[in-house]
Every structure is written in structure tokens, then in C-alpha cells.
Design a protein around this ligand. Structure first.
Ligand code: HEC
Ligand code: HEC
Ligand code: HEC
Length: 546
């Protein structure tokens, strides 16, 4: 994590702590404990899909309708379609059912805004905070945002809650660290925040747990520089609202823009940050930096979500995008690292209409890099691997360690074992994600509509820095891919950056391995040793196409 420094004339030069945006895990039971909430068909808002019974979430009694398999058409998606945010009216039904509806809507907004990703810890009560953000100036812990009156936000009024979410200001007037993505949440409507408040106050269980105090030494712990940061970089609610209400070609695009730029805070990861760690663009209006790919966070590189044909989403259809956000996988790739968390806690719960709107909006973003040509398959590497015989070191390492799952053609067994050939993330200009996943492995978690999990083993203990660099360079340049070469020094740097919390983000389910422990962090094999290639732990049965 780089040290963001903001020089303010007249004040000392202050290191501004900003977010590392680690998306932490959350106890799987988080998604609402409101049994039977969505059974009524008159609900104007959709609820998250049912979590399959294999997952611990089921036991908490979440019973939202599965939007994919719901036999009847779901009512139109929750929050109003942007143009006049404050005019949304709650239907006049009996108080009970109105409250019920409001809470269900609030739960949906919490998923769309991914609040759980940062405020819940695996194994701890939902929203009780304590997730550690490693900042250059110390460690910041996310707050307990359960309605506990002492340790949480139980005494907060709705106005105070809204101000914290949209403006980053606490009831005592102090500013929040922008690890809390209030510059994006500034766009959220009154109606959505009203529902969110009702959900937190009435449906989230109060947890009397004190979050550890931040380990940030004085004077850096003083919050007034954050106020200066806000003045410079966070939009005023008025400006954010005006921008959210700008004209779109269709209500669907307006809705997609609202979800992506607002609650979804996709730009917090997928947009590059400036010197003071502010996002260089907060909306599509701000220019082609927006969602053009962000810096690695915890060693995971968020790629461009714009229309570049190779490193962006140019070759993905709307249907591909919807599948990715709903299930974490599609025929082009799978979600891993902190994107797996974003799918797990957030996007998988959105309705088809909302995912379609997000996909349509993302597909409307022109490429930031106009020079890229479409990926074209090149069979040279495939033929070499299949013929055997004399292989280059990269080919040999790939054949020994990777081909069983990703195949000699690099096509994988999508969507379970993702393809590497033509995959945008494999060709990303910043290879950190690829090094990271080869070192530590990753688990593609199950979602409600794609319950199977698939695990890639880590190779950090088996392969040296040079070997990792060689095999990652191979996958970046084989099959028509054209990523740059990777150096052993990059692998060495990544080994130092990886911590247990960056290794696996989403919570383990019964089918999946336990969360990583500190001593799981891979050490390079002894230099004197020549690691024998071993078959991977869970290779698919068929390797006949090598
Ligand atoms: C990317 C991580 C992240 C996400 C997503 C996030 N938060 Fe936060 N939030 C934080 C951090 C970190 C803090 C502590 C900031 C500080 O102490 O300055 C915080 C602080 C807060 C506070 C202030 C609590 C207090 O006692 O001062 C509230 C309220 C809050 N968040 C609510 C929410 C809600 C509601 C959502 C979803 C709409 C959300 N947060 C999403 C990281 C996040
Ligand atoms: C906490 C950081 C973070 C947030 C927030 C986040 N992403 Fe990602 N995203 C990543 C990372 C890292 C990757 C690369 C790993 C992968 O492909 O899964 C990624 C990959 C993706 C991909 C696959 C792109 C490709 O070329 O394979 C899509 C699509 C995507 N994100 C969409 C979104 C959308 C839409 C949002 C907002 C709702 C979002 N992301 C929010 C970190 C994030
Ligand atoms: C046992 C099967 C298996 C083996 C062996 C394996 N992988 Fe994977 N790989 C997977 C799975 C499953 C995923 C999806 C993980 C996720 O989404 O969290 C994956 C994901 C990836 C990704 C990210 C692509 C994406 O879109 O998700 C890369 C890059 C990758 N593997 C490279 C390699 C390399 C290089 C090797 C050999 C050193 C290798 N893999 C060995 C199963 C395997």
C-alpha cells in the first residue's frame, strides 16, 4: 500500500490514511435473519435469493425468493429509477406489512452497497465490525454498525445515519476515513437510505461488542485532515444528486449508472486513485479514467470494466456480465480475490432487472484504450504442449502444474475451471493478481444460483520466485495473449505483501477449506531443492485432452 500524502499549505504535510479496500469476509449468516420476509408476493421489492442448504446461511432462516427460479414474475426492483429520488412513496398498506416491505428493501440496499463486506468478520456477528484496514499510518478498524446503543449506532437518528453514509461525517462532527466509500454513497437516494436505516435499526441484531480502537498514533490519528480531504475530494450531496439525475438514454441506463456509481461503489476498486488516494473519476461523466482499471488492492488487480477488447469487457456480452455478477463465473473467467467477496456479499443478491441494468450501463462505456485489437487464438503453445518433446521452461512448468485444470489449450473447463486463453485479467497490464493466485490459490465460492465451489491450490510453497514468474509469463503470452513478462522481483514483493486476510476473502462454507492462517503464507522452496512437479490436489477427472 503506497503512502498517500497530501500537502496542505499552512498545515504540516499530512499522510492521509486511506483505504486499502480489503474486502473482508463476513459470517455467512449475515444476509438477513428475517424468516419469511419475502414470501408475500405483494412486496414491491425483491429479496436476495435463497442460499442453498449446504451453506450455513440457510440455518439463519433467510428466505428470500430466488430471482432465477421464482415461478412468478417478481415485482419491479426496489429503489426508484433515479430521476426524482425523494419522491418515492411507500405504498399505503397496513403498518406491519409496510414496515416489512421497508426492511426487505433496506436489506436489498445493504446487499447492493455491500456493507457486509467491510463491517462483518468471518465467525463474528453480522455488522459488528472489527475488520482491519492496514493503512500506511497504522491500522483502522471498521465500526460496529449494529443498533447497539453503546458500541454501535443504536442512538443515531436517521439524519445522522444519512450524513455518515453520504458525507462521511459522524454525529460528533468528525470525519470518517474514506475507507468507508462515502464519495460513492453520496449518490444514494433518500428513499434507499431511509430503507437502509430501517433495516439496520429494526432487523440487524444489536451486538454489544467494542471494536478495537484504531492503532494510529497521534498526531496522525487526528481527524481534521480528513475534513480537508472531504472538502477537496468528496462530492457534496447536492452535486452528487445533480449528477445522479443527469439524463440517460433510457431508464435502464439510469438505473445501471445509479447502482454502479452509487451503492455498488465499483469505482472504489476499478478506478485509479490520485496522489491523495481520491478516485480520479467518480462517474462515467468524469471521463475515460472511470472504471478503466484500478491499482492492486491487497495484491488483487481490478481490471478495466470498459470496452477494451483485450483487457476490458469488450468481448463480453451483457449476458456474460450478468452471469459473472450473479454466479461469479462465466465462459470467459471467474471471480477471485476481493471480487469473489463482492459477488458473494453483494451482486449475487441483485435482481435480474438490476443486473441487466448494470450490465447495459457497463457495456455503454467506450474503451479507455482505443488501440487494442480483439484477442485471436494462436495454437502454437497448444501444439507444443500436446506434442510433448522439448519444451521451454514456461511450457514445462505449465504442463506439470496447471494444464490438468486449465488444459493445454488454455481453455479450461469453463465455467468451473476458468479459461486463461483470451481472459482479460490474464493480460492485464498489472500482473499482481496472477502472481497472487499462483502463490496462494483461491476458491471460487458457491452462490445461490451456482452452488458448487472450485478451488485452485496454491503453488507458493512448491515453486520458486523465478518459477512463478516464468509460468505467469507463459500464461500471459501463450495462445494469443499478449501481456508483459513478469519478473522474479515482482513475485518476491508479492510474497511480502500477502497476509491471511488477503488470501481468501469470502467465508468458507462446509465444502470449502478453512480460512488461511498466518503460517499458511507460502515461503519459497529452499533454493537448493528442485521441487518435483506434483499433480494438483483436486484435478478434474479428465485430462485426456492434453
Ligand atoms: C470498503 C469498506 C466499507 C464499506 C463497503 C462500508 N463501510 Fe462503513 N465504514 C468502513 C470503515 C473502515 C469505517 C470506519 C471509518 C473511520 O473510523 O473513520 C466505516 C464507518 C462506518 C460508519 C460510522 C460508524 C461510527 O461509529 O463512526 C457507519 C455508520 C457505516 N460505516 C455504515 C456503513 C453502511 C451502512 C454501509 C453500506 C451502505 C457501509 N458502511 C459500507 C468501511 C466500509
Ligand atoms: C474490493 C474491490 C472490488 C470492488 C468493490 C469491485 N470489484 Fe470487480 N474486480 C475486483 C478484482 C480484484 C477483480 C479481478 C479478479 C477477477 O477477475 O475476479 C475484479 C473483476 C471484475 C470483473 C471481471 C473482469 C474481467 O475482465 O475478468 C467484473 C465484470 C467486475 N469486477 C465487476 C464489478 C462491478 C460491477 C462492481 C461493482 C458492483 C465491482 N466489480 C466491484 C475488485 C473489485
Ligand atoms: C486443481 C485445478 C487447478 C490447477 C492445478 C490450477 N488452477 Fe488456476 N484456477 C483453478 C480454479 C478453480 C480457478 C478459479 C478460482 C477463483 O475464481 O477463485 C482458477 C483460476 C486461475 C486464474 C484466474 C483466472 C480467472 O478468471 O479466474 C489464473 C490466472 C490461474 N488459475 C492460473 C493458474 C496457473 C498458472 C496454474 C499452474 C501454476 C494453475 N492455475 C493451476 C483451478 C486450477
Amino acid at each position: 500500500m503506497t503512502i498517500p500524502v497530501l500537502a496542505i499549505p499552512g498545515l504540516a504535510t499530512l499522510a492521509l490514511a486511506t483505504q486499502t479496500l480489503t474486502t473482508p469476509a463476513l459470517a455467512a449468516e449475515t444476509q438477513g435473519a428475517h424468516s419469511g420476509s419475502s414470501a408475500t408476493s405483494s412486496l414491491p421489492v425483491p429479496a436476495p435469493p435463497v442460499i442453498p442448504s449446504a451453506s450455513p446461511a440457510a440455518s439463519s432462516g433467510t428466505s428470500p425468493a430466488n430471482t432465477l427460479s421464482a415461478p412468478t414474475a417478481l415485482p419491479s426492483p426496489a429503489p426508484e429509477i433515479t430521476q426524482h429520488p425523494s419522491t418515492a412513496i411507500t405504498p399505503s398498506v397496513s403498518t406491519d406489512s409496510a414496515t416489512h416491505t421497508l426492511i426487505a428493501k433496506g436489506r436489498y440496499v445493504a446487499a447492493a452497497a455491500d456493507c457486509a463486506a467491510c463491517h462483518s468478520m468471518p465467525g463474528a456477528a453480522p455488522y459488528s465490525g472489527g475488520y482491519a484496514f492496514q493503512l500506511p499510518i497504522g491500522t483502522l478498524y471498521s465500526s460496529n454498525i449494529t443498533p447497539d446503543k453503546t458500541h454501535g449506532i443504536g442512538n443515531w437518528t436517521e439524519a445522522q445515519f444519512m450524513r455518515a453514509i453520504r458525507e462521511g461525517v459522524r454525529p460528533d462532527g468528525a470525519s470518517l476515513y474514506p475507507a468507508m466509500p462515502f464519495p460513492s454513497y453520496a449518490r444514494m437516494t433518500d428513499a434507499d437510505l431511509h430503507a437502509l436505516y430501517a433495516y439496520f435499526m429494526q432487523d440487524v441484531r444489536p451486538v454489544p461488542r467494542a471494536v478495537r480502537p484504531n492503532a494510529i498514533p497521534w498526531p496522525l490519528s487526528m481527524r481534521f485532515p480528513l475534513t480537508v480531504w472531504r472538502w477537496f475530494f468528496a462530492p457534496s450531496p447536492h452535486a452528487a444528486r445533480k449528477s445522479a439525475e443527469r439524463l440517460f438514454a433510457s431508464p435502464q441506463l439510469a438505473r445501471g449508472a445509479y447502482l454502479v456509481e452509487g451503492p455498488g461503489h465499483c469505482g472504489a476498486c476499478h478506478t485509479k486513485r490520485g496522489l491523495a488516494m481520491q478516485e480520479t473519476a467518480l462517474t462515467a461523466e468524469d471521463g475515460p479514467h472511470y472504471l478503466a482499471g484500478g491499482a492492486p488492492v491487497d495484491g488483487w488487480t481490478p481490471p478495466s470494466l470498459r470496452g477494451e477488447p483485450r483487457t476490458g469487457l469488450g468481448a463480453w456480452s451483457e449476458a456474460d456480465l450478468i452471469a459473472f455478477l450473479r454466479t461469479g463465473r462465466n465462459l470467459h473467467g471467474s471471480s477471485f480475490g476481493n471480487m469473489d467477496t463482492a459477488v458473494h456479499h453483494g451482486t449475487q443478491y441483485l435482481t435480474d432487472n438490476d443486473l441487466t441494468a448494470m450490465a447495459a450501463y457497463l457495456k455503454s462505456l467506450p474503451p479507455a484504450d482505443e488501440t487494442q485489437s480483439l484477442w485471436q487464438p494462436d495454437l502454437t503453445a497448444t501444439h507444443a504442449l500436446q506434442a510433448g518433446g522439448r519444451l521451454t521452461p514456461g511450457q514445462q512448468l505449465y504442463l506439470d502444474n496447471c494444464a490438468a485444470c486449465h488444459r493445454s489449450s488454455g481453455a479450461g473447463y469453463a465455467p468451473a475451471f476458468p479459461p486463461l486463453a483470451g481472459n482479460p485479467v490474464v493480460q492485464s497490464s498489472t500482473p499482481d493478481s496472477l502472481i497472487h493466485i499462483v502463490l496462494t490459490g483461491a476458491t471460487l465460492h458457491g452462490t445461490a444460483s451456482a452452488p458448487s465451489a472450485f478451488t485452485m491450490p496454491g503453488f507458493g510453497n512448491r515453486l520458486s520466485n523465478t518459477q512463478v514468474a516464468t509460468v505467469v509469463t507463459f500464461i500471459r503470452q501463450a495462445w494469443g495473449n499478449n501481456g508483459s513478462a513478469v519478473q522474479a522481483a515482482d513475485v518476491k514483493r508479492l510474497r511480502n505483501e500477502i497476509t491471511p486476510s488477503t488470501m481468501q476473502s469470502a467465508p468458507p462454507t462446509p465444502m470449502e477449506p478453512a480460512p488461511p492462517q498466518p503460517n499458511d503464507i507460502p515461503k519459497p522452496p529452499d533454493a537448493s531443492e528442485h521441487p518435483a512437479p506434483q499433480p494438483a490436489a483436486s484435478t478434474p477427472a479428465s485430462t485426456d485432452n492434453r
